[in-house]
Write a protein that binds this ligand. Structure first.
Ligand SMILES: NC(=O)c1ccc[n+]([C@@H]2O[C@H](COP(=O)([O-])OP(=O)(O)OC[C@H]3O[C@@H](n4cnc5c(N)ncnc54)[C@H](OP(=O)(O)O)[C@@H]3O)[C@@H](O)[C@H]2O)c1
Ligand SMILES: [Zn+2]
Length: 377
C-alpha cells in the first residue's frame, strides 16, 4: 500500500480567476501580511513543489524567509529549509535559475527523456526519472517513502494544481482571492477546463488578510480507485471519530461508519449502540437511514472504522450482508477485525469475494482501535 504526504495546494488568484498576467514580471496578487503567512506555511512543511513552468515564468526562490522560523525548524531537528521539488517532462530547466542556488536540498521529478536532457544540461539537484510519463502517485509515494516528506506544499502553477485536484490527491486547498482583475484570456488560469471529480469542496476557514481573503477548502469526493485519495482519508477519519462516540460496551466493538455518495455527498452516518439501541452496529445504523433502493447507493462508499462484520450474535444479518443487500460496491476501512469475539472474521475478504472494491487504510487502525482499548485486544 503506497503512502503519500499530506498535500496542501496554495495559490493566489485575481477576481477573474487568473494566476498571473502575461507581462514579463510576476503579478503581485497579495501583500506583505499574506507573504508572511505563506512563509509560515512553508516553515511548517517538509517539501515545496512547483511545476517547471513556474520556475521558467517567475524564477522563484521558495525559501523560508524568517530567520526565527528557520531556527525553530532546526531546533526540531529538521533542515532549515524544506526540500524544493519540481516536475518537468521535458527536462528543459535553466541551470542558472534561483531555484537551484538558494535554500536546501532540491529534487527534480522527470521522465526518461527529461533525465537525458538533464544529463546534457545538469542542474544542481537530484534527478529522479519515473518512466516515460510522470505519474503523480509514483511521485508522491517516492516523496514520502524515499525523501521522508510527510507534509507537502504545492505552490503552482495551474497545470500542477489542476492535475492534483482532478486526481483526488489534494488534501487541502489554500486559496487567496485578490481584489483585482487581469482580464487577459491568454493569462494562466488557476484551474483549467475539463472534468473534475466530485462535487462541492468543504469550506474549512475564511480569513481576511489586509485586502485579500484566504479561503481553505478540503476536497471531499471519494477516490475512484484502489489508492487512498484525500477524500478517503477524510471520511475514514470521520468514521474513526464517530467510533469514539459509542456508549462503552465490554461485549462489542465501538465502530463508526459513514456512507458517502459518488459526488461527495454524505448520505448517512452511524455508530455502534446509537440512539439507545443496545445492539445496533455502525454500518447497520447508517444504512438504515437511507431509503432502500436510493439510486445513489450503487455509486456510494461505506467508510467503517472496523471492517464490516460477517458473524454476529445480536441480529441475524451481519453488516457485510447488509452492505451487499444495499447495493454498495465500495468499502473503505481502517482496521481488520481481531479475534476478540469471532474467530477468523474476514469481512474484507467476504466483501471482496462478492465483487466489492475493498480498501484497507492501516494508517488509521490505531485511531479506529483507540475507543476499544478497554477490550484488552
Ligand atoms: N498566483 C500564484 O499563486 C501562482 C503560483 C505559481 C505560479 N503562478 C503562475 O503560474 C504560471 C505557470 O503556470 P503553468 O501552469 O504554466 O506551469 P506549472 O504548473 O508551474 O508547470 C507546468 C510544467 O510542469 C511540468 N509538469 C506538469 N505536470 C506534469 C506531469 N504530469 N508530468 C511531467 N511534467 C509535468 C511540465 O514541465 P515541462 O514543460 O518542463 O515538461 C509543465 O510544462 C506562471 O505565470 C506563474 O506566475 C502563480
Ligand atoms: Zn456489524
Amino acid at each position: 500500500m503506497p503512502s503519500y504526504p499530506y498535500v496542501l495546494l496554495s495559490a493566489a488568484v485575481s477576481l477573474d480567476g487568473y494566476l498571473d498576467d502575461t507581462g514579463p514580471d510576476r503579478l503581485l496578487l497579495s501583500g506583505p501580511a499574506d507573504f508572511d503567512r505563506v512563509d509560515e506555511v512553508r516553515a511548517s512543511v517538509d517539501g515545496i513543489l512547483v511545476g517547471a513552468g513556474t520556475i521558467r515564468a517567475d524564477n522563484p526562490r521558495l525559501l523560508v524567509n524568517s530567520a526565527e522560523r528557520r531556527a525553530a525548524r532546526t531546533a526540531q531537528g529538521k533542515p532549515a529549509y524544506p526540500l524544493k521539488i519540481t516536475v518537468s517532462a521535458s527536462g528543459e530547466l535553466d541551470p542558472a535559475a534561483n531555484f537551484w542556488h538558494t535554500g536546501g536540498e532540491k529534487v527534480v521529478y522527470t521522465t526518461e527523456k527529461g533525465a537525458r536532457r538533464l544529463r546534457e544540461r545538469p542542474v544542481a539537484a537530484d534527478v529522479v526519472a519515473l518512466g516515460d510519463e510522470l505519474d503523480w502517485r509514483a511521485l508522491l509515494t517516492h516523496l514520502r517513502e524515499v525523501r521522508g516528506v510527510e507534509r507537502l506544499m504545492v505552490e503552482g502553477g495551474g497545470t500542477v494544481h489542476t492535475q492534483l485536484l482532478r486526481q483526488g490527491l489534494a488534501d487541502e486547498l489554500q486559496l487567496v482571492l485578490a481584489p483585482l482583475f487581469v482580464g487577459d484570456p491568454r493569462a494562466p488560469r488557476l484551474f483549467g477546463p475539463g472534468g473534475y471529480q466530485g462535487g462541492r469542496l468543504r469550506l474549512v476557514e475564511t480569513r481576511r488578510i489586509e485586502d485579500v481573503v484566504l479561503t481553505r477548502y478540503e476536497p471531499t469526493a471519494p477516490g475512484t480507485g484502489v489508492l487512498p485519495a484525500a477524500a478517503d482519508r477524510h471520511w475514514l477519519a470521520l468514521a474513526c471519530d464517530l467510533a469514539a462516540e459509542c456508549p462503552p460496551s465490554s461485549t462489542a466493538f465501538s465502530v463508526g461508519a459513514v456512507v458517502v455518495a459518488a459526488d461527495g455527498t454524505e448520505l448517512a452516518r452511524g455508530h455502534s449502540r446509537e440512539a439507545g439501541d443496545p445492539v445496533v452496529h455502525a454500518e447497520e445504523a447508517a444504512l438504515a437511514k437511507i431509503a432502500p433502493g436510493d439510486p445513489r447507493l450503487a455509486g456510494a462508499t461505506v467508510y467503517s472504522s472496523l471492517e464490516p462484520c460477517t458473524h454476529r450474535a445480536s441480529r441475524p444479518t451481519p453488516c457485510a450482508r447488509l452492505i451487499l443487500a444495499a447495493g454498495v460496491r465500495r468499502v473503505v476501512t481502517a482496521w481488520r477485525e481481531p479475534d476478540t469475539f469471532v474467530a477468523d472474521a474476514d469481512g474484507s475478504g467476504m466483501l471482496a469475494g462478492a465483487g466489492v472494491d475493498v480498501l484497507v487504510l492501516p494508517e488509521y487502525a490505531a485511531r479506529a482501535a483507540a475507543p476499544n482499548a478497554h477490550l484488552a485486544l
